[in-house]
Ligand binder design. Structure first.
Ligand SMILES: C[S@@+](CC[C@H](N)C(=O)[O-])C[C@H]1O[C@@H](n2cnc3c(N)ncnc32)[C@H](O)[C@@H]1O
Length: 197
């Protein structure tokens, strides 16, 4: 099995073999709680969308959703889950795709922690580039000090150092319905890009 999680082959073999322990098989409660505060019609990016449960949920609520993944098998799974809305899922690399107009929300679940740490600065910069002023990264962040991954854990100080130059944290709360791999180790956070840098 491929060992470099920065490459599509790593994820492709796991989706093909259905070894996907991160897959929640559901829409997390914290996203359902957050949904009412998202402006109607907002443009939402879901990077590393995997099986696409949240894409289906948010698109079904009328948001303008673009869900991307660079694993063809993940995209196929997401498109199957989305049925008539399958067109919102695109095979694309988060770091290099034609994104169109800027986004109001980037939804994060198990994407940052899927990336080797050396790519995290690029993640933060790319989110800042893709979001409108006052747009947010909203989602789940994995806190653990394990050196090996994925999932690659972070610490509150490390996440602050990563995001605070470009974002301000506007929400931070525990998560009640984590799946086993993340239980007790993830928090829901929202990071806002300021109006002016
Ligand atoms: C741990 S899985 C999480 C999937 C999904 N977010 C979930 O919660 O089930 C990480 C996903 O990110 C995708 N991925 C990793 N790097 C990517 C990149 N640079 N661009 C797009 N997708 C990427 C993988 O193919 C995989 O589907």
């Amino acid at each position: 099995m491929a060992q470099d999680s920065s490459k599509p082959a790593f994820w492709e073999s796991r989706y093909r073999d259905k070894i996907i322990p991160w897959d929640a098989g559901k829409v997390p409660a914290a996203l359902r709680d957050f949904e009412p505060v998202i402006a109607r019609g907002a443009r939402i990016l879901i990077p590393g969308c995997g099986s696409g449960y949240e894409a289906a949920y948010l698109a079904g609520r009328g948001f303008d959703v673009l869900a991307i993944d660079f694993s063809p098998a993940a995209v196929a799974a997401a498109r199957k889950n989305l049925g008539a809305l399958a067109d919102i899922v695109r095979l694309a690399d988060f770091f290099d795709f034609a994104s169109g107009p800027p986004f109001d929300v980037i939804y994060e679940r198990a994407f940052l922690c899927a990336l080797p740490r050396k790519m995290w600065g690029g993640y933060s910069d790319r989110c800042a580039e893709l979001l409108k002023p006052e747009g947010v990264i909203a989602g789940f962040f994995f806190f653990a000090d394990s050196l090996k991954g994925p999932p690659f854990g972070t610490s509150p100080a490390e996440l602050d150092a990563l995001f605070k130059p470009q974002f301000e944290r506007v929400d931070d709360r525990p998560v009640a319905d984590s799946i086993q791999v993340f239980t007790g180790k993830e928090r829901w956070q929202v990071w806002r890009k300021p109006q002016k840098p």
